[in-house]
Design a protein around this ligand. Structure first.
Ligand code: AHR
Length: 499
């Protein structure tokens, strides 16, 4: 059996968890909206056409904020098409995903849906084919009380009260040549700066997110972040990071090492933000919005066969297996370990499209990756402790030395709970973990939840939805402040302690 130790000290704190790191993402893409969260005429939907079964699972997942409406989609989005009487909304060719967008679901419906889901909206503006004036008009439509053209238009559409959206993305992946209206870093930095400035003149209470690189492997990575912030530092509150991982080469050890890649990516972007801060002698720090992260590769082959210009096709419908859930757990741990600088993160996406929730015309079910997200969002609120982990390591080609144990401890001082999230990445051996908890007098083990499966490729489907599901373990003992536990080989663990 492998051995490891987690060293915890109450006085060494990384930072408070911003609940928005448990955010998600709904894009007008595939069946995320149509057939996912919205299906008019279905027996499973309410009077507004919102799928009740999907909403139930989204509430279970506990998602405090949802990014909308894209993604690549937003770079061609004409928001005016998506509001007002549905019979008058135009169908449009949508270039990002080569489909027809009917606009039968739009931003007002999304604001209503988000309320029902218990989520805030993180709205993206189109800086691909459009610019600052349209972004300002959209903000006026959403947030201005009344008595102006766009706020009165909202009222005329049946929404008397403003939506009061506080978080705004200034475009999406503008560094990517696949993006409509793709820009150089200087071009984007300028437009982001002007857009953010005009938007904040209209509503100084909003926060803005500028586009960072669309992945760590972009040839412009680093240069892009530095230039964009150099142009737009004043008007920007957060810089975005996007990253998807894949196991196309069927090398699970390498694949599970990806969380180390994510960790390095975050540290690198923090360093760039701080370099621009220092150069500008600025007081404000730019924090991070990791607003697209997940595993994405299972659907890539089948998506090559898609016929263009259909409506809401089965697109990006990854069926996640058990090893994907392990990496998602490790990615959540990584985000938490950077709680001092990562303030927003969105798992991409939420329903049907590379998502923890799948639907058909007859029901909705949980993919494997649903569980680590649900656990982290439920029990990962509080303050992250700056722990030291002594654990065996292994070598990877892409990420160098990787720890076999990913872990993070979150302390909720107010409710007197301490939660240890841990992934044992070893594929053959269990791991015995020790932890000195004498500073947490009176704490007891409340529960040890485990997600594991003999078959790394096991999946959940509509007919077998519980193939991969969490169970309760009794492997954790706490005796006189000394915690001892066993983490099974390839397992996700949530050890909950409290008074
Ligand atoms: O989430 C799927 C796509 O991935 C998004 O539209 C885009 O921003 C990214 O490339």
């Amino acid at each position: 059996m492998k051995k490891a130790e987690i060293m915890i000290d109450q006085h060494f704190l990384t930072g408070d968890v911003d609940k928005r790191i448990f955010g998600s993402f709904i894009e007008h893409l595939g069946r995320a909206v149509y057939g996912g969260i919205y299906q008019e005429g279905s027996l499973l939907s309410d009077e507004q056409g919102f799928r009740k079964d999907t909403l139930k699972l989204v509430r279970e997942l506990n998602v405090p904020i949802v990014r909308y409406p894209g993604g690549n989609f937003v770079s061609g989005f004409q928001w005016e098409d998506s509001v007002g009487p549905k019979s008058q909304r135009p169908a449009r060719t949508e270039l990002a995903w080569q489909v027809v967008e009917t606009n039968q679901f739009g931003l007002n419906e999304f604001a209503d849906w988000a309320k029902q889901a218990g989520s805030e909206v993180m709205m993206a503006v189109n800086l691909g084919t459009r610019g600052p004036a349209d972004a300002k008009n959209l903000l006026e439509y959403c947030n201005f009380e009344g008595g102006t053209y766009y706020s009165d238009l909202r009222k005329a559409h049946g929404y008397d009260k403003p939506h009061n959206i506080k978080l705004w993305c200034l475009g999406n992946e503008m560094d990517g040549p696949w993006q409509m209206g793709h820009k150089t870093a200087v071009e984007y930095g300028r437009i982001a700066s002007e857009t953010g400035r005009m938007m904040k003149w209209l509503d100084p209470t909003i926060e803005t997110v500028a586009c960072g690189s669309s992945s760590l492997t972009m040839p412009t990575f680093g240069e892009w972040e530095y230039t964009v912030l150099n142009e737009a530092y004043e008007e920007v509150d957060y810089l975005s990071l996007h990253q998807y991982y894949s196991n196309e080469e069927h090398n699970t050890r390498e694949f599970l090492g990806s969380s180390k890649g994510m960790d390095d990516f975050i540290s690198g972007v923090v360093a760039i933000c701080d370099a621009v801060k220092a150069r500008k002698h600025h007081k404000k720090s730019i924090n991070l919005s990791f607003d697209e992260w997940n595993v994405w590769y299972h659907s890539k082959e089948q998506d090559k066969k898609l016929v263009p210009w259909t409506q809401a096709p089965h697109q990006l419908e990854d069926v996640y297996n058990f090893e994907d859930a392990l990496l998602v757990g490790s990615m959540l741990i990584t985000l938490l370990r950077h709680a001092d600088r990562v303030k927003i993160a969105c798992m991409a996406q939420l329903v049907n499209v590379i998502a923890p929730i799948m639907t058909s015309d007859t029901g909705a079910w949980k993919q494997t990756i649903f569980y680590p997200f649900m656990h982290a969002s439920a029990y990962g609120r509080g303050t992250v402790l700056n722990t030291l982990v002594k654990a065996p390591v292994y070598d990877t080609r892409q990420y160098g030395e990787v720890s076999e144990l990913d872990s993070v401890c979150v302390w909720d001082q107010e409710h007197e709970t301490l939660t240890i999230f841990a992934v044992n990445k070893n594929l053959e051996e269990d791991m015995e973990v020790q932890c000195d908890l004498r500073q947490f007098a009176g704490y007891q083990v409340k529960e040890h939840l485990v997600l594991t499966h003999e078959d790394l490729e096991a999946v959940n489907t509509e007919t077998a939805p519980d193939t991969v599901a969490p169970s309760v373990s009794n492997a954790t003992k706490l005796d006189q402040g000394h915690l001892e536990t066993v983490l099974g080989k390839h397992s996700w663990n949530v050890i909950r302690l409290g008074k």
